[in-house]
Design a binder for this molecule. Structure first.
Ligand SMILES: [Zn+2]
Length: 149
């Protein structure tokens, strides 16, 4: 896919609106516009690559580290009991946007064993969810800092 037309690159460059919950020099995370559950977040490297094979092993490692960290904040923020990390590569794997991303999908006990459908939430619900996830990430950062001392 053409990098100039990539929707996730546009989000990175603030040319497309999104509910960004986390950003560092190499990564960005934002709410999925058609979430499987409230809090469903996408974690991406900023550098455009279509699949994991376009990344170095170090970049892959860092990406999963960030996704793992974000999963804790997402689960806590929406009061879920578990989460799924899904990372699709290629059309055959149902990869919709050809820019590497990891889905962080919080799940509740009542959804156990269910096939989750894409949902649509109001702008207000999305804004509120992004806010509480951002808050949870900020708090978890300070926890990490505490543990390092
Ligand atoms: Zn891209």
């Amino acid at each position: 896919m053409d990098k100039e037309k990539c929707i996730f690159c546009k989000i990175v460059n603030r040319e497309s609106p999104s509910h960004i919950v986390y950003e560092d020099n190499e990564h960005i995370a934002f709410l999925d516009i058609a979430p499987f559950s409230i809090g469903h977040t996408l974690v991406c490297p900023k550098r455009h690559g279509e699949t994991l094979w376009d990344m170095t092993e170090e970049e892959i490692g860092k990406l999963f580290m960030v996704a793992s960290r974000i999963s804790k904040a997402v689960v806590k923020a929406v009061g879920a009991q578990g989460f799924r990390l899904i990372q699709n590569n290629g059309e055959a794997a149902n990869q919709v946007v050809a820019h590497v991303h990891i889905h962080v999908i919080p799940v509740r006990m009542e959804d156990r064993g269910k096939f989750l459908d894409r949902k649509k939430f109001t702008e207000e619900e999305m804004l509120k969810t992004a806010d509480i996830i951002k808050q949870a990430i900020t708090n978890s950062d300070s926890i990490v800092e505490e543990q390092r001392k």
